[in-house]
Design a protein around this ligand. Structure first.
Ligand SMILES: Nc1ncnc2c1ncn2[C@@H]1O[C@H](COP(=O)(O)OP(=O)(O)OP(=O)(O)O)[C@@H](O)[C@H]1O
Length: 636
């Protein structure tokens, strides 16, 4: 028997391991299963190259709980260890690995940047165990070994009579970690970390129909048929799928396989995805995965279902910040890469060259997929546009390379449900919508219903009005305008129709300059205390007498500030600014001007002003009530 001291340079490493990131205690199971998985795949390799003369058999990893003995056992049928190997791998290598890991992170408890925490390895067992036994038998001829350690730096290592190949790790669960003896707890952990593990994991048994049994159907004297119940048998309860879709070649998968995988990944998500992108690269880094464009939904499940990061089919985290570009974090799916350094802080991750390349590769694959969808089936792409536009618009804003590609397929739907790319839109509108100064004006509405009357005026003139309603659209407009000094986006209600796109013809005003000077203060007084700038304009006599407009520049700056930076500082706090455009050619305005009765004048102005407000959805509360009262009076 060998007794020894694990080479301790940190005074006592075990209390430290125990304290390490309290909430992460559960990772011990993932670490031990990973060791068992490595041991199994290593053996498979040795058999394949003829170095191990044994059969792999139905090698699996078995997890079992003994509530009475208070033990949790992880047993594999991998290559096992000889006595010498235990000495080398567990007492020296594993220990120095754990030591190095703790040295790095012991002062880092609050550093949320550490993701994954891979690398603590075998000694993470001491986060939950008061004592650990290892029983191991190598595939080589040597005798089996029994190593035990109770959390002090002392261990014992003796021969053992274990006959079957592989390693059995028995954790004597500590009093403060008894939770890990509960089946549901272990089931939950296996499902979280290991449901796509490369080697099958058995946890208990389950009852299934006996395949060798055919239930008999008998007919009684009344002719009623009864079928006997199916005979049940106990089989291993294998908790994982060792060949998830992302590990297969895209050519071997049908659309249905992808749909099924989406369901497998997010069992509580009933909405299907819009389309998928299969990632598969082995140079200059290794990465596989499948990303799904979800149907946009506000349900909580959707927020919960994030992209999951795996390393060799072992779950690491669903925080992919830094690895997946920000704008694609709304996607769902899986990324698996052994090349992502996981036990490093996030700031390091973002500076890491390989990780940057991964992020760039993902962006490029997504853009390529979108281009092919757009080219191959434009009608379908148009149908999906509403669900994907926020992601694409966000991407165009945040990644210049993506902007260049997406400009070719980003769509601008019109109020009449036609979909144009930006270039098509410019081409379609360049003749009709270029003003006298050569500015090419793109008219848009943010809400088809609320801006209905303005849209009507614009379409009556033969203008195209596009519907742009994403929260970040004002930033994107700014960016698109930046690309061409002559292109200007203008919302349909930002001015009266003739001013939206100024043409050369000047309308003749029915009112003289003198009449205008008289009219303006009358209106200003009647609408006093309101934040409106009165603007007299000669318009078509059939056009509305009063029109409320919201100047484009001020509104857009406010919107940009509200949706995160980009606007002018402090603009977000400015009150809304409105113009009241008075049509001096409207017969009603002549009536107001010619009325000798001040009360009647005020009455007409209030009624027309309220109607203008109503068409901008600005009439609320007390004002709306008195408008309704006044209107009923009129029809009495
Ligand atoms: N179940 C096992 N079967 C065979 N060898 C094992 C087993 N568990 C651990 N070992 C040996 O002990 C070594 C150290 O294990 P440990 O988990 O501490 O580190 P690691 O697996 O090498 O790396 P990581 O830090 O990524 O876990 C392993 O490299 C392996 O050689």
């Amino acid at each position: 028997m060998a007794k020894g001291n694990i080479n301790v340079s940190v005074e006592n490493i075990f209390p430290l391991i125990k304290k390490f990131l309290y909430s992460d205690h559960e990772i011990f199971l993932r670490e031990l299963i990973s060791n068992g998985t490595d041991a199994t795949t290593k053996l498979k390799h040795l058999i394949a190259i003829g170095e191990a003369k044994t059969e792999l058999g139905d090698a699996k990893i078995e997890i079992s709980i003994d509530k009475e003995a208070k033990t949790l056992t992880i047993k594999d049928q991998g290559l096992g260890m000889t006595m010498d190997e235990v000495e080398k791998y567990i007492n020296q290598i594993a220990f120095s690995g754990a030591e190095e890991f703790l040295e790095k992170y012991k002062d880092d408890k609050n550093e949320t940047g550490v993701i994954g925490h891979f690398g603590l390895g075998f000694y993470s067992a001491f986060m939950v165990a008061a004592k650990v036994d290892i029983f191991t038998k190598s595939f080589k001829e040597d005798a089996a070994a029994h190593w035990t350690c109770d959390g002090s730096p002392e261990y014992t290592l003796v021969e053992h009579d274990k006959k079957d190949r592989g390693t059995e790790i028995v954790l004597h669960i500590a009093e403060d970690s008894l939770d890990f003896l509960k089946e549901d707890k272990i089931k939950g952990l296996l499902n979280k970390y290991n449901r796509f593990n490369q080697v099958p994991i058995k946890f208990g048994t389950k009852k299934v129909n006996d395949p060798d049994f055919t239930p008999q159907t008998t007919t009684d004297k009344d002719g009623k048929e009864t079928t006997e119940p199916h005979k049940k048998i106990d089989v291993d309860n294998i908790i994982n799928n060792t060949n998830p879709a992302w590990t297969k070649a895209p050519a071997d998968l049908s659309d249905e396989d992808y749909t099924n995988f989406y369901r497998e990944l997010y069992p509580t998500q009933f909405e299907e995805s819009l389309f998928h992108i299969h990632l598969n690269v082995d140079y200059p880094f290794n990465l596989t995965g499948i990303l799904f464009f979800p149907k946009l939904s506000t349900s909580m499940d959707m927020q919960k279902d994030k992209i999951q990061l795996y390393q060799n089919q072992v779950y690491v985290t669903d925080n992919v910040e830094g690895i997946v570009p920000d704008f694609l974090q709304m996607l769902k799916g899986v990324i698996d890469s052994p090349d992502i350094p996981l036990n490093v802080s996030r700031s390091y991750l973002q500076a890491d060259g390989a990780v940057k390349k991964i992020s760039g590769y993902i962006t490029k694959k997504v853009a390529d997929k979108l281009i092919s969808l757009f080219k191959n089936n434009r009608a379908d792409f148009e149908k999906k546009w509403n669900d994907i536009k926020v992601i694409i618009e966000y991407g165009m804003l945040s990644e210049d390379k993506f902007f260049d590609k997406a400009k070719k397929f980003a769509l601008f739907p019109t109020v009449a449900d036609s979909y144009f790319t930006f270039d098509e839109l410019l081409e379609k509108t360049k003749d009709t919508q270029t003003d006298k100064d050569g500015n090419h004006v793109i008219l848009y509405a943010s809400n088809k219903d609320a801006q209905h009357s303005y849209i009507e005026d614009a379409t009556a003139k033969g203008y195209e009005v596009v519907v742009l309603d994403s929260p970040i659209i004002s930033h994107l407009m700014q960016k698109l305008e930046g690309g061409d000094a002559k292109v200007k986006f203008t919302r349909v209600d930002s001015d009266f129709i003739d001013n939206l796109i100024k043409k050369d013809e000047t309308a003749i005003s029915k009112l003289s300059e003198e009449e205008k000077t008289t009219l303006k203060p009358i209106i200003e007084t009647a609408i006093a205390a309101e934040a409106y700038t009165v603007q007299l304009e000669a318009m078509d006599s059939d056009a509305s007498p009063f029109i409320i407009t919201v100047p484009e520049f001020m509104r857009r700056m406010k919107e940009m500030q509200a949706s995160g930076g980009g606007g002018m500082m402090g603009m977000g706090n400015f009150p809304d600014m409105y113009n009241l455009v008075v049509n001096t050619n409207s017969p009603l305005i002549s009536n107001i001007l010619n009325s000798k009765n001040a009360d009647e004048q005020k009455h007409l102005i209030s009624q027309a002003f309220d109607l203008a407000k109503l068409s901008q959805n600005l009439l609320h509360g007390k004002e709306l009530t008195s408008f309704i009262k006044r209107s009923y009076e009129l029809i009495k």
